[in-house]
Design a binder for this molecule. Sequence first.
Ligand code: URA
Length: 228
Amino acid sequence: MLQKQPRQGKDRFMPIDHVTIIDHPAAQAALTALRDTNTKTGDEFMAASREFSRSLAHEVPRLVPPSAREIETPMGVMASGIRFKPNILLVPVKRAGRGLVPGFLEQPFKIKVQEIGIRRNERTLEPEIYENPFNGSLTDFDLVVVADPMLATGGTACVTLSILKELGVRKLAFAGVVGCPAGVERVQREYPGVPIFLGAIDPMLNENGYIIPGLGDYGDRLFGPRQD
Ligand code: URA
């Protein structure tokens, strides 16, 4: 499994492949708060999730190349710069993916958000689609980003990626918080060209499909236990 750090230096606008671990200290501090069992469900957990999502929202759009732009400075000389107006669709997987939306909405370019409802059957651990709002083509977007915090078995990620791929998406990415080898390897095997962005890859899954050490149930920690 290839792990790449965010690119630095002269090629920092180049596309990033495979797995990028978001290692910015602000993101890692937010991840630490997310992991901490003393971080309170609701507002406190949401604040840490928002902070982590800011780092994802800086990193993931690098996959869309900017265009060149010449401007004149107040010194009366021309300078080279860039224009960056990517056309991005963010697809948060309900419920937990909602925690990754805020940072993307703070970006200085417009990002469209369309949720998809997929839940894991707690007995079989297989994903079940309960809300699929997609029917038309998605070919207009420069990048479509699946947002789901926990890349555990990879089942939900792969179902979502397959729905989007069938709608003609040109470039896909996966944005999460914590993954584990089983989930990362499944996405890489089934969707080899799709870049994955995470804060960490933890060692294992337990028998209930939870990542260890992980951070517990992301949706429950954001919103409390499900009522259905
Ligand atoms: N979903 C979660 O919320 N947590 C895990 O550890 C795995 C899947």
